[in-house]
Design a protein around this ligand. Structure first.
Ligand SMILES: *Cc1c(COP(=O)(O)O)cnc(C)c1O
Length: 410
């Protein structure tokens, strides 16, 4: 089958403005509150607390800054070991590196594509002194929060939750961004709602929130002059950005509903293909469906080889691979993306410990998974991809994406 390329690019996930945003930005402009203080910041923080159900939200320049301050609040210091989600965006882990600590990567499970509690338990057996665990909710799907929280509690470790991708998602009715002692959300341009950039640190501790506010504004002491006792950062959110965030909040639920409809339409459209969607447990979790992803069945994978910066594959009848699907989508002017390449596969982290559990691959051992990799993260990276998940994609456009993907398996 041949298709005409999309005239207008179909994006992975692009910003969607509604009108209120520009009014709040304009109000900041007209009143000269073009600064890192102002009503938009206060309101954006208040709306976040109201939505997520946390006591305090500190508006910052980005989610990475929120994770950095969370790392400092957790007391991570040079030489410490920190357990981290392995299959995630590098921003989850960078702040651990800023503090000169050592990330230890915990393998992924197949049920939600998040940190595997069994691997975490094993990691505590190997490194019982670890006190901080950084968990991410990939693509808007909450991880196995009960299991992970119980393990952390048992070992006296605190959780930093990276909810950058999962704003609005719930686990047993509770919003993500509340499972850690310190939590981070992001308003980066491709997230479920955006300020063009921006992020927030969420916590129930007044003391922690006050520290984060102070650190984020260059750590000024209470004095008539610029008095400093500790290192500071210029991490505060701009009142202009906060105006955009403030204007987006009323549309968060609408964006989630649109993303969910996209996920369900893909799921239905691919029901006869040898693939599955990024999974979640509907009994406990309601994701925000930020990105829809595919996992190709092992037997339907054609040969695919990836080096550090290139990929190639061998076309086989009835089979496909992420490389073929991504190249084909690009050919038709649609944007997909590989799964986050696991941290333990990154050259930057080649010397860092990586903890897997034998037999966690649904009866497979971790020695060898279908010739693709030796662990769950590597396997999902090899067989998975993110589909165009833009909330402005029309039904017709999505149906064409579905046909394009189907054509790869012809
Ligand atoms: C986007 C993202 C971040 C970082 O947020 P920024 O606002 O871009 O700094 C952190 N972690 C994950 C998993 C993300 O997807």
């Amino acid at each position: 089958m041949e298709f005409k390329p999309f005239e207008k690019k179909v994006w992975l996930s692009s910003p969607t403005m509604h009108g209120e945003e520009i009014q709040f930005v304009t109000a900041a402009y007209q009143t000269n509150w073009m600064s890192t203080v102002g009503e938009n910041i206060n309101e954006a923080e208040r709306l976040t607390c109201e939505k997520v159900g946390c006591k305090y939200a500190v508006a910052l320049s980005c989610g990475t800054a929120a994770l950095h301050l969370a790392t400092k609040l957790a007391g991570v210091k040079e030489g410490d070991k920190v357990f981290c989600t392995d299959m995630t965006f590098d921003a989850t882990v960078n702040p651990v590196m800023y503090e000169k600590a050592t990330p230890i990567f915990i393998d992924t499970e197949y049920d939600t594509w998040n940190m595997d509690p069994h691997a975490l338990e094993k990691a505590f057996e190997m490194y019982p002194d670890v006190k901080v665990v950084v968990i991410a909710n990939l693509y808007g799907t909450p991880g196995k929060m009960d299991e992970i929280s119980a393990i952390c509690e048992k070992h006296g470790a605190i959780i930093i939750e990276d909810a950058a991708e999962s704003l609005g998602a719930t686990y047993k009715g509770r919003q993500t961004g509340t499972f850690g002692t310190y939590n981070a959300i992001s308003f980066n341009g491709n997230k479920i709602i955006t300020g063009s950039s921006g992020g927030m640190l969420l916590t129930d501790s007044l003391e922690a929130a006050n520290k984060a506010r102070k650190w984020s504004t260059q750590s000024r002491e209470d004095a008539p002059w610029y008095q400093h006792e500790e290192v500071g950062y210029n991490y505060r959110m701009s009142n202009v950005i906060a105006g955009v965030v403030r204007g987006q909040y009323p549309y968060l639920d609408e964006h989630i509903a649109q993303k969910k409809a996209i996920y369900m339409r893909y799921k239905e459209g691919f029901k006869d293909l040898p693939v599955t969607m990024n999974p979640y447990d509907e009994n406990v979790a309601e994701p925000n469906f930020w990105l829809s992803c595919l996992l190709i069945n092992e037997e339907a994978m054609c040969k695919q080889v990836r080096s550090d910066n290139e990929a190639c594959y061998v076309k086989e009848k009835g089979k496909s691979c992420p490389t073929e699907i991504l190249e084909t989508l690009a050919k038709y002017n649609a944007e997909g993306r590989p799964i986050w390449k696991p941290m333990h596969m990154q050259p930057l982290y080649r010397m860092n410990p990586f903890i897997t559990v034998e037999g966690n691959g649904r009866g497979r051992t971790n020695a060898y998974i279908a010739g693709k990799g030796i662990d769950v993260g590597a396997d999902i990276f090899a067989r998975g991809l993110c589909l165009p998940s833009d909330n402005k994609m029309t039904v017709e456009e999505q149906d064409k994406i579905i046909e394009i993907v189907k054509s790869c398996f012809a």
